[in-house]
Design a protein around this ligand. Structure first.
Ligand code: GLU
Length: 308
């Protein structure tokens, strides 16, 4: 299979549609990005890298960071994290507060905002916010095996200034006794993790351990156990695309996590890690072109976990 030819072909056929969809602007700094950007990266478990379009340009990974903080929290606290968050798709918007109220402060899953804030609270345990941010950045560098991964401070500040709903969610969690640290401290970390800037290439490298039973084939380091990798993939499949997770499983058939910056990380177990980026979002808040590109890639490679 000529993966590079497949990627080039997908990129070329979708290129005329660059700019479609709606760029997220509720975080003002995100609205400054060029809507025509479109990049794709596939890194196979044997380390081969295939790129197309703007695959080397860093973008705001936003909610994709939640996969990595979940991995860190599981490493620190093990299965005890499931006392704080559930493992079910939410069926409501990523920043919904209603469900949190009637479910007593236990967010449905680690990928909606409330759940991710609860997870960040666990990552913060025993640290100052600055240390926790440092730990997250170091973890991303370790996973991608690249030292130049940074936090985009403008994006972090922009969200800090406008993240009223996230403050509401965090305070709500705290009112239920489900947040150990003050809302401002947890959100200080959360906004920085969301503002991590990675290129498609770096992101695909960082996610590779999930495609390779928990071992990063680039470094040979075991990041998580086989079982844990499988479970994180299961959560990505069921909860990784807001209330469009069912549709993504139907169309693409791969565990994935999207972010409002227009990025998607997808995992083809045993095969490859894939990252796509196009800022225009569809009605569910997932990258419009990115989802289409992954649908085409899964169709041409036969990588869907539900069968070729
Ligand atoms: N930082 C964003 C927020 O909390 C992340 C949203 C997302 O990518 O889903 O609103």
């Amino acid at each position: 299979m000529d993966l590079q030819a497949i990627l080039d072909d997908i990129h070329d056929s979708l290129s005329p549609r660059r700019g479609e969809g709606r760029v997220a602007d509720y975080i003002p700094q995100l609205a400054h990005v060029d809507p025509k950007k479109f990049g794709m990266a596939v890194v196979t478990v044997d380390g081969a890298v295939h790129l197309a379009g703007d695959a080397q340009e860093p973008f705001s990974i936003q909610s994709i960071s939640k996969v990595f903080t979940l991995t860190l929290a599981l490493g620190k606290h093990g299965e005890a994290i499931w006392k704080r968050v559930g493992r079910e798709p939410s069926g409501s918007a990523f920043n919904s507060i209603v469900q949190l109220e009637y479910e007593g402060g236990i967010p449905r899953n680690p990928f909606i905002n409330a759940g991710a804030i609860a997870i960040t609270d666990l990552v913060l345990a025993g640290h100052t916010p600055k240390e926790a941010i440092g730990e997250i950045v170091r973890f991303m560098r370790y996973l991608a095996d690249e030292d130049d991964i940074i936090v985009d401070q403008d994006v972090a500040r922009s969200e800090q200034a406008t993240g009223f709903r996230n403050f509401a969610l965090a305070n709500f969690l705290r009112s239920f006794g489900k947040l150990d640290h003050a809302a401002e401290l947890v959100l200080g970390v959360y906004f920085h993790q969301c503002a991590l800037a990675l290129s498609c290439r770096q992101l695909a490298r960082a996610g590779l351990f999930l495609a390779n039973s928990g071992i990063n084939p680039l470094t040979g380091h075991r990041v998580v156990s086989h079982l844990r990798a499988r479970r994180i993939n299961a959560l990505m499949l069921t909860c990784g695309h807001y209330d469009g997770s069912g549709d993504f499983a139907y169309r693409v058939g791969l565990p994935g996590k999207s972010g409002v910056g227009g990025g998607i990380l997808a995992v083809a177990p045993g095969k490859a890690s894939v990252a796509v980026w196009s800022p225009g979002l569809n009605d569910n808040g997932n990258s419009l072109l990115g989802s289409l590109a992954l649908e085409m890639l899964a169709a041409r490679t036969g990588w869907s976990i539900f069968g070729a």
